[in-house]
Design a protein around this ligand. Structure first.
Ligand SMILES: Cc1cc2nc3c(=O)[nH]c(=O)nc-3n(C[C@H](O)[C@H](O)[C@H](O)COP(=O)(O)OP(=O)(O)OC[C@H]3O[C@@H](n4cnc5c(N)ncnc54)[C@H](O)[C@@H]3O)c2cc1C
Length: 482
């Protein structure tokens, strides 16, 4: 008697067919991690560079110094990401730090947050800041701000705006704050408390954001990039192909052509390359037009190796903000403090990593940026003599910060759903172009959640509801722009 055919096994997945992932930065690796965890067996990841990590990679220079692309601090809003970080290295693989961040202004070191530490400023500047803050607090505020500059003026007042917030934000974004939307800040802004500010000023007491719980951890070896190398090593080797980039995407045929001449068919494409490049690669002029309205800055990272040891006043400072025009950088990270292994020999050298932004509104002379940076370090009082510098290392990052302009969401609300109708999920820092969810944890989760949606129909909260993802992280607690 013929045996009855076994009932067809129902697939646990909503998706079928090949999934191709483009890019092995945090987003692409977040997607790959979830695909592997879900035991989906029809996927491949292609990364253009020879190594993984994207903007979160680290580079060892010829002198044996390790650099990040801007000092990365590993935040986490997500259990799945925190647990992964724990697993990747174990406690011994991390160095725990207290987050000390400072602002350099008028020759003074002001602890972050600026508005709570006006006592560190010359009396006349402090008085102007306080006056502006009280004025702003007593005026009626509109619920919505027309742009970021208006938000700054109406929340902090003219004094703090002029001394710190406006010049600093121009330096970071390389765009006038009036060009930025205020929507990315959300409605969850903790308005500075004038009573607390005045009390600190009267008592001359510091009010710092670091305390027993304000710590961060950094890989003992290999810089931030070690996180992403360790994750890639846990994934199936044959599925992660490096040194192989996409050059063309046929949206109708659902194929990707690679720079080695191969063509791969996909049912679903998860891409983490910048959205403007993706749109161009598809040859769709309507997508390219919409993407051309997305604005970004370029960033130069200048690593500076220095002889001797950090001066006493810098020894516990992690990163510092520079609003003034006496130096080209907006932020400097004391990178040899993050790990002594970030320099060749900590008994002989220490290191600083400086970030300089560029755009059409803020040109930078690439040939002089290293020299100007060293001069700026002397002017800002971080090093005493330029001849203490052993060497500099420079990298230019074309896509540095995705700028949250008022137009941005119009482009994104057209592009992302239109692409999804063709099985294309563009995610990540420049894949989804949302600054407010573009740190490593957000990016990893954008990739992770995209796979959850594709395979199981679960919601993608990070990319579609940034406020929800950041509710435990109000803007004034963002003591760092990444
Ligand atoms: C100056 C600076 C400071 C930062 N500081 C912090 C911080 O302190 N904390 C924090 O959490 N985050 C920080 N970040 C953000 C962090 O770097 C990003 O969250 C993260 O790298 C984004 O990951 P991603 O995968 O979306 O994009 P990316 O890292 O850009 O990765 C995209 C990948 O796609 C690849 N790719 C591009 N085109 C193709 C193609 N055609 N084919 C195949 N592959 C392609 C690229 O080579 C790259 O590897 C900072 C970023 C910058 C620039």
């Amino acid at each position: 008697m013929a045996s009855k055919p076994a009932p067809a096994k129902r697939s646990p997945y909503r998706a079928a067919g090949p999934i191709v992932v483009l890019g092995a930065g945090p987003t692409g690796l977040g997607a790959a991690y979830h695909l592997d965890r879900a035991a989906y067996d029809d996927w491949l990841l292609f990364e253009r560079e020879s190594e993984v990590g994207g903007l979160a990679k680290s580079i060892r220079d010829e002198e044996g110094f390790t650099w990040d692309i801007g000092g990365h601090v590993a935040f986490s809003h997500y259990g799945v990401y925190s647990r992964l970080l724990d697993e990747l290295f174990g406690a011994d693989g991390w160095i725990e730090h207290q987050r000390e961040s400072w602002i350099r202004l008028l020759g003074n070191w002001v602890p972050y947050p600026f508005q709570n530490n006006l006592q560190r400023l010359p009396t006349d500047v402090a008085a102007k800041c306080l006056e502006g803050l009280i004025g702003a607090a007593t005026e009626r505020r509109p619920r919505r701000f027309a742009n970021f500059e208006e938000f700054i003026l109406q929340t902090f007042g003219q004094g703090i705006a002029d001394a710190f917030m406006l010049p600093y934000n121009f330096k970071v974004w390389a765009h006038p704050p009036a060009m930025l939307d205020a929507g990315w800040i959300g409605e969850r802004v903790a308005v500075p408390d004038p009573v607390r500010v005045a009390r600190n000023l009267a008592l001359g007491q510091d009010d710092v954001s670091w305390g027993p719980n304000s710590t961060f951890r950094f890989p003992r070896r290999g810089g931030t990039g070690a996180i992403w190398r360790a994750l890639a090593q846990r994934l199936p080797r044959q599925r992660i192909v490096t040194g192989c980039g996409a050059v063309a995407i046929d949206v109708d045929a659902r194929t990707v052509r690679l720079d080695n001449g191969e063509t791969h068919a996909y049912e679903t494409l998860i891409t983490t390359m910048p959205l403007d490049e993706l749109a161009r690669m598809t040859g769709r002029s309507d997508w390219s037009d919409a993407a051309s309205r997305l604005i970004r800055s370029t960033v130069y990272i200048i690593g500076v190796g220095i002889e001797g040891e950090a001066p006493p006043h810098l020894q516990s400072k992690c990163w510092m903000y520079f609003p003034e025009s006496n130096c080209p950088f907006y932020r400097v990270t004391h990178f040899s403090l993050y790990s002594p292994n970030n320099v060749d020999d900590i008994r002989r050298h220490w290191s600083l990593m400086c970030e300089v932004s560029q755009s059409e509104h803020k040109p930078v002379d690439a040939d002089r940026v290293a020299e100007d940076t060293v001069r700026g370090l002397v002017a800002a009082g971080l090093i005493d003599r330029p001849d203490r510098v052993t060497h500099t290392w420079v990298i230019r990052v074309e896509h540095g910060y995705p700028i949250p302009t008022p137009d941005r969401d119009r482009s994104l609300h057209f592009l992302l759903p239109a692409m999804e109708q063709h099985g294309i999920y563009s995610r990540g820092r420049f894949g989804a172009w949302k600054y407010e969810v573009s740190n490593m944890d957000h990016s990893f989760m954008q990739g992770f959640e995209a796979v959850g949606r594709i395979l199981f129909g679960s919601p993608e909260l990070t990319v579609w509801d940034p406020d929800f993802s950041n509710t435990r992280h109000p803007v004034l607690g963002w003591d760092r722009y990444g």
